[in-house]
Design a protein around this ligand. Structure first.
Ligand code: SAH
Length: 345
C-alpha cells in the first residue's frame, strides 16, 4: 500500500483500482502511513496554522426536503427562526472581537433572503469589517442571483455536491431536486469568480466505494478552493432516522486522501466529525485538515439549526467555543491564526 500512497503524494492522482484499494484498506499501519503523509503535505503548505471561520446559521427555514437533513421542509416538529440583518451584524461584531476574519452565512433555502436583502447585509458586513472575507452557504440560486451577491462583496460560496452519482443523488433527495442543477450551480459559482467549495457526506445511506471514487473524480474536475466533508449523522425526524452514521475512520481516511490529491485546498475538520467522536476535530486536523468552523450564531437559536442529532456546541457562547477550540488545537501542537485564511497560491 505504501507505493500507492507515495504515488498519490507524488502525482496527486491514482487510478480507480488503486483508489478502491486505498478506500477499502483496513490495515492500521497503512492508514497511519497515509495520515502521516497527508499531515506532512499539510505542514509543507500551511505549517501548524489552523484557519477559523465564524459560522452564522442565519435561517432554518428551507423549501427543500433532503432525506438526510433535519431542517427539511417536511419536518413539522421544529420551530423555525431566521436572523435579521441586525442580528447577523451583531454576530460579526462579536466574532471580529474574537479574532474571526471570515464569516460564513449558512442557512436553508429560504426565499425571505432576497438578493436585495442579502446584498444589503453583504454591503454592511464589508463596510464594517473590510479586512474580512464573507462566505455564503445558502444553497442553489440562479446565476444572476449569485452574480449580484458576488458583486455585493461575497468572496466565497460553499455548496456541497453531496454525491457525484446521479443515481445516488436521487436516493438522497426527492424528485423535485436535480443533480444537474446542483452541479450547474457549482460551475456558475466558479465562473463568476467565487472561491468555491464543494464536498459530500461520508457514509450517507446507500453510498458505495464507487460513489466515493466518483466524488473524488468530480472534485478533480471542479478544482474547488474548499472541500467540506463530514460523516452523515442521522436525524430522528427524517426518512433516514434509522440509518447508521458515517464512521470516524472513513472520514479521516478521506480527509487524508483529499489532502494528498489537493495539497493546498482549504479542508475543514467539521462539526459533524466532532459530533461522532469527542476528539474528532483534532483527529481531522492531524489527518490533513486546515480549517475549523466554530459557531457564532446566537445561542438561543443554535439548537434549532439541527441538521443532525446530537450536534455539539449548541449551548456555548461564541467566546467559549473559540476558547475551547483554541485549547483543542494547542493540545495537538497546532495554532488558530487571526487571518482571512485564503487558499495559498
Ligand atoms: N442549504 C445549504 C446548506 C446546507 S447545510 C445548501 O444546500 O448547501 C450544509 C451541509 O450539511 C449540507 O450540504 C450537507 O452535506 C450537510 N448535512 C445535512 N444534513 C446532514 C446530516 N444529517 N449529517 C451530516 N451532514 C449533513
Amino acid at each position: 500500500m505504501n507505493n500507492i500512497i507515495e504515488k498519490l503524494k507524488k502525482t496527486q492522482d491514482l487510478d480507480d483500482n488503486e483508489l478502491r484499494q486505498l478506500l477499502e484498506c483496513q490495515n492500521t499501519d497503512d492508514i497511519e502511513y497515509l495520515r502521516k503523509s497527508a499531515e506532512m503535505v499539510r505542514q509543507e503548505h500551511y505549517g501548524k496554522d489552523v484557519y477559523i471561520r465564524g459560522l452564522i446559521e442565519i435561517s432554518n427555514f428551507c423549501k427543500n426536503n433532503c432525506y438526510y437533513c433535519g431542517i427539511r421542509a417536511g419536518n413539522k416538529n421544529t420551530d423555525r427562526y431566521r436572523l435579521s440583518s441586525e442580528q447577523i451584524l451583531d454576530c460579526c461584531k462579536n466574532g471580529y472581537a474574537l479574532g474571526f476574519r471570515t464569516f460564513v452565512l449558512q442557512g436553508g433555502e429560504d426565499a425571505y433572503y432576497s438578493d436585495e436583502l442579502l446584498c444589503s447585509i453583504l454591503t454592511q458586513i464589508k463596510n464594517n469589517f473590510p479586512d474580512c472575507a464573507v462566505t455564503l452557504s445558502l444553497g442553489e440560486r440562479s446565476y444572476e442571483s449569485y452574480k449580484k451577491l458576488y458583486d455585493a462583496g461575497a468572496d466565497r460560496y460553499l455548496l456541497r455536491h453531496e454525491t457525484a452519482s446521479p443515481e445516488h443523488y436521487s436516493r438522497l433527495h426527492p424528485d423535485s431536486m436535480s443533480h444537474e442543477n446542483r452541479l450547474k450551480c457549482l460551475y456558475d459559482l466558479k465562473k463568476i469568480g467565487f472561491q468555491t467549495g464543494s464536498g459530500f457526506m461520508v457514509g450517507s445511506p446507500f453510498q458505495t466505494t464507487d460513489n466515493l471514487i466518483a466524488d473524488l473524480r468530480f472534485l478533480q474536475k471542479l478544482k474547488p478552493a474548499m472541500i467540506g466533508i463530514g460523516p452523515f449523522v442521522s436525524h430522528h425526524e427524517t426518512p433516514f432516522a434509522d440509518f447508521e452514521n458515517g464512521t470516524l475512520e472513513l472520514t479521516l481516511k478521506l480527509i487524508s486522501i483529499l489532502r494528498l490529491m489537493f495539497p493546498k485546498v482549504l479542508l475543514p475538520s467539521t462539526t459533524a466529525l466532532g459530533t461522532i467522536s469527542p476528539t474528532g476535530r483534532e483527529k481531522g486536523i492531524l489527518a490533513g485538515a486546515n480549517v475549523v468552523m466554530p459557531n457564532l450564531s446566537p445561542v438561543m437559536f443554535r439548537k434549532l439549526y439541527s441538521l443532525y442529532d446530537d450536534k455539539i456546541c449548541t449551548g456555548e457562547e461564541a467566546a467559549e467555543c473559540r476558547n475551547c477550540l483554541n485549547n483543542r488545537m494547542l493540545s495537538i501542537g497546532y495554532n488558530i491564526v487571526v487571518s482571512r485564511g485564503d487558499i495559498k497560491e
